[in-house]
Design a protein around this ligand. Structure first.
Ligand SMILES: *Cc1c(COP(=O)(O)O)cnc(C)c1O
Length: 305
């Protein structure tokens, strides 16, 4: 059993026309908890449950926290999600709706995370939002499904926050004999911890996140994601917030699916025919999704950008 669903794989005419290539969309926005995160988190939670863990603990007020709450409910186990005061009421409500206990603690994520870690007992599993090999193995199923559908992209476009999706997709490429396929790793300029690390040749830490793409807001990417950039063909690309937001709007009109700016970031280079995509004939875009956006909020972002 797996806790994620097999998502649609569409050929997008609008994005294909924009990019001048065949564009395949892996629509992980359709996952029941709203993003790809359930693939890895579901896999990790199942594994922990099999090993006798009786409760899941998370400190993510975003899509990871929602995925943990969803996984716990599916497995019939309790979950606790500790979030900082900055987490929106909507996010708190979504996590609570999945039946998890929401504890609000501290002004920053660091404080919430500290409290979450202090709760972890022997029979609990702490679920990290991106830095965990179990997550990568689960995220890798994105590529398994693409290959099972008979498709072999010559480039993959995805968003990078802490780099869990990147590590997982690359694991999926490798385990399907596609480890040589270039990955276009997209961030917004104000959350570009991966691009800046690759440029600097060391894993840098941002002093702050300055982007509406909050799901990309890891100040530092995982060691594994950074290492991958040294050995595999991973090409960092940054886009403006405005480009990411505009891409969300175009995607909503083209495909009738509302996604977070964190996901719009990956759509932006395709819509804008970025030079990073030159020469590729079949481009797979991981439409990572995200529940942290409403139409009203998107319109507000558009007006302000
Ligand atoms: C978590 C998330 C990301 C970034 O994933 P990482 O594994 O942290 O790199 C991108 N988009 C959405 C919608 C997310 O929820």
């Amino acid at each position: 059993m797996s806790l994620h669903i097999q998502t649609p794989l569409l050929t997008s005419l609008p994005l294909g026309l924009a990019a001048g290539a065949t564009v395949l969309l892996k629509l992980d926005a359709m996952q029941p908890p709203g993003s790809f995160k359930i693939r890895g988190i579901g896999y990790a939670c199942e594994e922990h449950a099999r090993n006798g863990k009786q409760r899941f603990i998370s400190s993510s007020g975003g899509n990871a926290g929602i995925a943990v709450a969803y996984a716990a409910r599916q497995l019939g186990l309790p979950a606790v999600v500790v979030v900082p005061q900055t987490t929106t009421q909507r996010a708190r409500d979504l996590i609570a709706m999945e039946g998890a206990e929401v504890i609000v603690h501290g002004a920053t994520w660091q404080e919430a995370n500290g409290m979450a870690l202090s709760l972890v007992g022997e029979t609990d599993a702490f679920i990290h939002p991106f830095d965990d090999p179990l997550l990568w193995t689960g995220h890798a199923t994105i590529i398994d499904e693409v290959v099972a559908a008979g498709e072999q992209p010559d480039a993959v476009v995805l968003s990078v926050g802490g780099g869990g999706l990147l590590c997982g997709v690359h694991e999926g490429l490798r385990r399907n004999g596609l480890g040589h396929v270039p990955v276009i790793a997209v961030e917004t300029e104000g959350a570009a911890s991966f691009a800046q690390s690759v440029k600097a040749g060391r894993r840098i830490e941002l002093d702050a996140i300055r982007s509406v793409a909050t799901s990309l807001g890891a100040k530092q990417v995982s060691e594994q994601a950074f290492k991958l950039a040294q050995t595999a063909d991973i090409r960092p690309v940054t886009v403006t917030d405005r480009a990411a937001i505009t891409a969300c709007k175009r995607f909503l009109d083209d495909h009738r699916v509302l996604v977070e700016p964190a996901c719009g970031a990956s759509l932006a280079p395709v819509y804008d025919r970025a030079s990073a995509l030159d020469g590729f004939r079949k481009i797979l875009v991981v439409v990572c999704g995200g529940v942290g956006v409403t139409l009203e909020q998107l319109e507000h972002y558009l007006a302000a950008s």
